[in-house]
Design a protein around this ligand. Structure first.
Ligand code: MN
Ligand code: MN
Length: 312
């Protein structure tokens, strides 16, 4: 499916790119509070959770982000440093991040990064247990940098995913989320995004999200069902994100993925100011710069004016 260009200007697309990346971080920071809680526990403790207050099982500061945002930043920084796609550079950024003793790191991600450290391997072997959401949560820089080139999106999505997760459903979810961000960046209508979600369900019926069963675990199927259900049943960024994070489970990651799609779709003015202001200012500044770089570099990459680095 090709990206439908509306009459949006490039400036609007750049603004949506910022909103996608910032929306992802906002979802991470908001959802981290309710990660691993049940909806009932959340209701009992917070009523409706809708403030970036930190805490949670990681005892975060308000506005602090977790691995979802940090791994996305690793990919974005590597693309900028290389002026293109260099999987080895991304892997080195993951290693440096893991050595920095991050507040949280998923078991599958840690295993993949260790594998690279010890063997230099850039691809984990296929594994039936790798259908977690850890590769999807870091898709926003890939989507921004490949805007306008669906084939490139599919290739880079799978390559970055396989550093840690190698499973066809994780791959399919990465590509679908990337395509949805592409559509939204170009001002695509909700129907276009629904079509993309529908294509994923057609290929992998497990992802069917109607009726929504309420599972929001780190299993990529549960994760995307949660994101799709709340994105398609709400009309604002805030309602979508509040719905997602009050579902609990892997709430920071469902929040991050919903935030990248809803951010691109509703734009920067759609993200509540109070949430953007709460976000760790260093993260907010770096994300804004990187989002601008990535989306502006994208057409150059596509035109071959910036060539992806040669394979190692
Ligand atoms: Mn996280
Ligand atoms: Mn998580």
């Amino acid at each position: 499916m090709t990206v439908t260009r509306s009459s949006e200007t490039w400036a609007q697309t750049v603004e949506r790119a910022r909103a996608a990346f910032l929306g992802m971080a906002v979802g991470d920071a908001l959802g981290a509070t309710t990660e691993f809680m049940t909806p009932t526990e959340i209701r009992f403790k917070y009523g409706v959770h809708k403030k970036i207050i930190g805490g949670g099982w990681l005892y975060l500061k308000p506005g602090q982000v977790t691995d979802d945002t940090q791994m996305s930043l690793c990919i974005a920084r590597a693309i900028r440093e290389c002026g293109g796609w260099d999987l080895t550079a991304i892997a080195h950024h993951f290693v440096a991040w893991m050595k920095s003793r991050p507040v949280d790191i998923g078991a599958t991600c840690a295993r993949g990064i260790r594998e690279f450290m010890h063997t230099g391997r850039l691809e984990m072997p296929p594994n039936a247990w790798d259908a977690g959401n850890g590769a999807v949560m870091r898709m926003v820089p890939v989507a921004l940098a490949t805007l306008g080139d669906e084939a490139c999106l599919a290739r880079w999505a799978a390559e970055q995913a396989h550093l840690t997760h190698n499973h066809p459903m994780s791959d399919a979810a990465c590509v679908t989320v990337g395509r949805m961000v592409h559509q939204a960046l170009c001002g695509g209508a909700v129907a276009a995004l629904q079509t993309l979600a529908g294509e994923l369900v057609r290929d992998y019926p497990e992802f069917r999200y109607r009726p929504y069963l309420g599972n929001s675990s780190a299993y990529v199927v549960d994760t995307l069902q949660t994101v799709f259900h709340h994105f398609f049943s709400t009309g604002t960024f805030a309602d979508c994100l509040i719905g997602v994070v009050n579902q609990g489970g892997d709430a920071d990651t469902t929040g991050a993925i919903a935030g990248m799609i809803a951010g691109a779709f509703y734009g920067i003015d759609g993200i509540p100011r109070r949430w953007l202001k709460r976000l760790d200012p260093k993260v907010r500044t770096e994300i804004t710069e990187l989002a601008d770089y990535l989306v502006n570099a994208a057409p150059l990459v596509v035109q071959g004016r910036i060539r992806p680095a040669p394979a190692p």
